[in-house]
Design a binder for this molecule. Structure first.
Ligand SMILES: Nc1ncnc2c1ncn2[C@@H]1O[C@H](COP(=O)(O)OP(=O)(O)O)[C@@H](O)[C@H]1O
Ligand SMILES: [Mg+2]
Length: 179
């Protein structure tokens, strides 16, 4: 979540996490989040956590209930372990592949994007706009999961490229620290 405000994340039972967002600004009547697209995309791709429920309490207070992932952030994982080159490359490839999945989904669901960005006269990409190592969890089995689902947006193509670069930047820095 990028907007200014306060976020609290807590586990509410074995399998669920509650993310509560208080925004400093009035978000308007409805939140800027396309749940239909998220559900459609996450149904077929388990690198995305399941989003169970969204409760908009007020124009500046929203609660997301998601699947709990037993894992650590990729940021902490890289800080606390020696990671082999092949494993780094595999993470990098997965993140790149996620971007391809988002792009492909968007290509096939432009009409959903138009509902959210009716004024846009260009193609839109449903993409995660905060895709860095703090928002990726790694499980004990080595599976990567992208969290912070509220960061999904229908972005312009240039916005998508920027999101993608942000996601890949951490990976490139890990593989080639001299960059
Ligand atoms: N579904 C989840 N399962 C396990 N831990 C989570 C989950 N969602 C968030 N977390 C933990 O809470 C932290 C903050 O959550 P996140 O959704 O990224 O909030 P923010 O919007 O503040 O970045 C994450 O870095 C992670 O450690
Ligand atoms: Mg986050």
């Amino acid at each position: 979540m990028n907007s200014l405000g306060r976020v609290t994340v807590k586990r509410i039972d074995n399998n669920l996490v509650q993310k509560e967002i208080y925004s400093d600004t009035d978000l308007g009547q409805s939140i800027d989040f396309d749940d239909d697209s998220y559900q459609k995309l996450s149904k077929h791709h388990d690198f995305l956590i399941k989003l169970k429920q969204i409760d908009q309490i007020s124009n500046s207070h929203i609660i997301f209930i998601t699947e709990y992932v037993d894992g650590v952030t990729l940021h902490n994982y890289y800080s606390n372990n020696q990671i082999s080159y092949n494993e780094k490359l595999s993470h990098f490839n997965q993140i790149l592949h996620w971007s391809a999945i988002m792009f492909n989904f968007s290509k096939n669901n432009q009409q959903m994007g138009k509902l959210w960005r009716p004024d846009s006269n260009q193609s839109l990409v449903y993409s995660h706009d905060d895709m860095h190592f703090e928002n990726i969890l790694i499980t004990k089995n080595g599976k990567l999961k992208l969290i912070d689902p509220d960061a999904f947006r229908w972005a312009s193509l240039s916005g998508f490229y920027i999101n993608m670069i942000r996601g890949l930047h951490d990976g490139i820095r890990q593989i080639y620290p001299e960059f």
